[in-house]
Write a protein that binds this ligand. Sequence first.
Ligand SMILES: Cc1ncc(COP(=O)(O)O)c(C=O)c1O
Length: 438
Amino acid sequence: MTAHPTPTASNLDAYWMPFTANRQFKDKPRLLARASGMYYETTDGRRILDGVAGLWCVNAGHGRREITEAVARQLEIMDYAPPFQMGHPAAFELANALVALAPGLDHVFFTNSGSESVDTALKIALAYHRAKGDATRTRLLGRERGYHGVGFGGISVGGMVANRKAWPTAMIPGVDHLAHTHDIKRNAFSRGLPAHGVELADDLERLVALHDASTIAAVIVEPIAGSTGVVLPPAGYLQRLRQICDRHGILLIFDEVITGFGRTGSPFAAREFGVTPDIITTAKGLTNGAIPMGAVLVSKKIYDAFMQGPAGIELFHGYTYSAHPVACVAGLATLSIYQREGLLTRAKEMAPAFENVVHSLRGLPHVIDVRNYGLVAGIELEPIAGSPGKRAFDVYLKCFERGLLIRTTGDIIALSPALTIEQKHIDELIETLSTALK
Ligand SMILES: Cc1ncc(COP(=O)(O)O)c(C=O)c1O
């Protein structure tokens, strides 16, 4: 197999890297060459423990042969199939496998990413109310600090200012936001769901009182917010959101792009927390990160509302690569690994050990909070005055030099290792991270 030559300083320039400090990176590049199991290897041959499953997606660990073989085989058999007015068997098989895992959601719309899943879900929510003759329900509600990808819909309902401020006039109209649930004054160093903050769900009642329920189509939240730095739902919060949505005929969308496929210890966070939303958005772990793919799961009530309209195309929406055959077989192979190896519930088994070691970071310099659930943890650092984000990014660089990949957002370190992690990896991860923090 021919490896690609390592780029030299002069040919790093053409690639405009996403969500990256391009100048800083190109000055001192961090280049990955290969990956296997829990580890990456850099182009200069250093082994890096992957503490974040790539980007919250490689849930079964890297280099799974079953996925590779399924993808290679599918490329030989049929490289592409048009998804409009046409189908192929693997798409139906994957949709059936997904609804078998989902809590009461019976239909699947395929996309190619989390961002596309979110925009698809928002469009379905709006079109659903219209299909029912409830066309005044046009408002979409998100939450402060929410991350729902980078489409115009996603950044509009999202609540991360850096992702919004360059496009103020391009936000979709009629969007409002719930208060976020991050409260380290009351909940610092929580293990599992934080005890305080269930009442923050009542902020939805405030928005209903302000706008009137008859104008609100849907609320979208991440059951556990990842990209904003691991913000956990206070105990009872998601249940209360569900009750308020039911009371007012508002659809509840869970963005499970990172919490789907076993991260919490259940196939979906909806199942873990015992709350059934009307729509779930997924991506990432769906194909173990090997091939881009996303999926939107919807309830029968929503699907049926579309199927009762006039004959013909029911939803004018879709992508050239929706249900791409290569992505579908990657998804099927991934789900079969998850099932066979018990990975969709393994986070529950590993959580106590993971929790203990991450909380051992309490007391290290500048650590102001540690929080965790399943196989996800957030470690929040005291920001350096005048330089937000610098403290955590310095730790990120130190960890990478010492052979560990973590993720940072602002001054929060996020850990989300593959669900195949073993005790020895947990120990190595914490040893490197605590050295970097010290
Ligand atoms: C909750 C959530 N929604 C949506 C997205 C966007 O997914 P993608 O980057 O695949 O578009 C992400 C990505 O991290 C996410 O965490």
